[in-house]
Design a protein. Structure first.
Length: 172
């Protein structure tokens, strides 16, 4: 019995690289769906933001994303000079919706959702600044490869959409 378990474990390990490649290929083709559709985000990334602001963060940031051991959500953190942002991405299977919520130490918060995944997805939601004022937001995630993606966001604070941030991230 022990030999059978060892052989099964070795077979699983031998197949792991293929499974990772298959998952990456699925995600790049736009077929990645369900609770693991955003697993490509897991890891450490260096991000360059071409529109640095207090809410969008500095020009250079580090993104760290890991799986929550309690809920299965993706927990992430952006850090940079005088910047810290914490959040999570969770999947609601009943509605097949991804939800993202985040907060800044200064009191601003936000949340968005999408039913899209794959190479390109658009998220929509609301951000509340530290004064309590709310703004409509939308993010477009474009995944170029398993090691590079872009998050471009727009804000609608006065009836018109305008660019709010534009970060391209490369996996470290």
């Amino acid at each position: 019995m022990k030999k059978l378990l060892v052989l099964a474990a070795l077979a699983a390990l031998a197949g792991a690289p293929g499974a990772v490649s298959a998952q990456s290929a699925m995600m790049m083709s736009g077929a990645g769906m369900g609770p693991h559709a955003y697993d490509w985000m897991l890891g450490t990334w260096t991000c360059k933001n071409t529109i640095p602001t207090a809410l969008a963060g500095p020009a250079v940031q580090t993104l760290t994303a890991s799986r929550s051991t309690m809920s299965g959500a993706i927990v992430w953190r952006y850090t940079g000079t005088n910047f810290d942002q914490y959040g999570f991405i969770a999947y609601a299977p009943k509605t097949k919706t991804w939800w993202a919520s985040w907060a800044y130490p200064g009191g601003s918060t936000g949340n968005e959702s999408t039913k899209q995944s794959g190479h390109k997805s658009m998220w929509t939601g609301t951000i509340f600044d530290s004064s309590g004022k709310s703004y409509a937001i939308r993010d477009t995630y474009t995944v170029y490869s398993p090691t590079k993606f872009n998050d471009s966001g727009e804000v609608n604070s006065s009836g018109a959409w305008k660019a709010g941030y534009n970060g391209t991230c490369v996996k470290s």
